[in-house]
Design a protein around this ligand. Structure first.
Ligand SMILES: NC(=O)c1ccc[n+]([C@@H]2O[C@H](COP(=O)([O-])OP(=O)(O)OC[C@H]3O[C@@H](n4cnc5c(N)ncnc54)[C@H](OP(=O)(O)O)[C@@H]3O)[C@@H](O)[C@H]2O)c1
Length: 244
C-alpha cells in the first residue's frame, strides 16, 4: 500500500513517539488524523506541522477507554474523509506499579488504556476498512510484553495482550485487512527519568544505546508501504533486548 493520499489515524499522535509516526506518514503524503486526550496544545502544533507536507491533517479529542468517544472519533473521520486506510494504535499509559503497592485501580486504568483502547479503535476502524475492502492496523506493543521486567505488571500484561490482539485480529480480518505490531525497545525515556537511569537502561541494551522515535516511525512506514504480504506479525525494534 502506498501512503500517498491515504487516510491514516495515529492515536496519541500529538506528542513523543506517536507524533514522530504521524510526521513520517505525512511526509509520505498521507492525510493524517491524530487523536489526543489531554494534549490539546501539542495536538494543534502537530497539526500545523503535519499540514506543511500538503495533506489534510486534523486532530480529534478522544479518551480511548470510552466506547462512545471512540465511536465519535471514527464518525468524525468518516464524515471528514469518507474512508480510513491505516490505523496506528500508539496511545498508551506507562505507569510504574511495584507489586507491593499495586492496586486493582492501577490494573484497570492501564488495561483500559493499553488494551481496551486499541481493541475499540480496531473495531470501529475495521468497519470502515471492510466497506472499502482494504486497510492496515498497526499496534504499538513493547518488547517487555514478551520478556517482562519488574514493577510494571499491568503495563507488561497489557502489552502482551496487544500481541495477542494483533494475532487474533489478523485472523478475524484477513484477507482484506492486515494487522501487525511494532514492539519498541527503549526509544524515548519518560520525561521524569534521570540521566543515570537512562544510562543504566542503555547499558542493558545489546546495541548499548537508546533507539529513537524515528526508528519506530520508519518501521511503521515500512509496514504500510514495504509489503502487503504480512499479517499477524510483530517487528521488534529493540536494539536486541530480546536476546539480551
Ligand atoms: N517510549 C518508549 O521508549 C517506548 C518503549 C516501548 C514501547 N513503547 C510504546 O510505543 C507507543 C508510544 O510511546 P510513547 O512513549 O510516545 O507513549 P506515551 O508518551 O506513554 O503515551 C502517548 C499518548 O497516549 C495518550 N493516551 C494515554 N492514555 C490515553 C487514553 N485513555 N485515551 C487517549 N489517549 C491516551 C496520551 O495522550 P495525551 O497526552 O493527549 O493525554 C499520550 O500522550 C506506546 O504504545 C508505548 O507503549 C514506547
Amino acid at each position: 500500500m502506498t501512503l500517498q493520499d491515504r487516510v491514516v489515524l495515529v492515536t496519541g499522535g500529538a506528542r513523543r513517539v506517536g507524533r514522530a509516526i504521524a510526521l513520517a506518514l505525512a511526509e509520505r503524503s498521507a492525510h493524517v488524523v491524530i487523536s489526543y486526550r489531554s494534549s490539546a496544545a501539542d495536538a494543534r502544533r502537530a497539526v500545523r506541522e503535519l499540514g506543511r507536507h500538503g495533506g489534510r491533517p486534523s486532530a480529534v479529542r478522544a479518551d480511548l477507554t470510552r466506547p462512545e468517544q471512540v465511536r465519535r472519533l471514527f464518525e468524525a473521520i468518516r464524515r471528514r474523509y469518507g474512508r480510513l486506510d491505516v490505523l496506528v494504535n500508539s496511545a498508551s499509559q506507562f505507569e510504574r506499579a511495584p507489586f507491593s503497592t499495586l492496586t486493582p485501580q492501577q490494573w484497570d486504568r492501564t488495561l483500559a488504556a493499553n488494551l481496551t483502547g486499541p481493541f475499540l479503535c480496531a473495531l470501529y476502524a475495521a468497519r470502515l476498512m471492510q466497506r472499502q475492502g482494504t486497510g492496515k492496523i498497526i499496534n504499538l506493543a513493547d518488547w517487555a510484553g514478551v520478556r517482562p521486567y519488574k514493577d510494571h505488571l499491568p503495563y507488561i500484561v497489557s502489552k502482551a495482550g496487544v500481541l495477542g490482539l494483533t494475532r487474533a485480529l489478523a485472523k478475524e480480518l484477513a484477507p482484506a485487512i492486515q494487522v501487525m505490531a511494532v514492539a519498541p525497545g527503549p526509544v524515548m525515556p519518560p520525561p521524569q527519568m534521570s540521566k543515570a537511569a537512562r544510562a543504566r537502561v542503555a547499558r542493558r541494551v545489546p546495541l548499548r544505546r537508546w533507539g529513537s522515535p524515528q526508528d519506530i516511525a520508519n518501521t511503521v512506514a515500512f509496514l504500510v508501504e514495504g509489503t502487503d504480504f504480512m499479517t499477524g506479525s510483530c517487528v521488534f525494534v529493540d536494539g536486541g533486548q530480546l536476546i539480551a
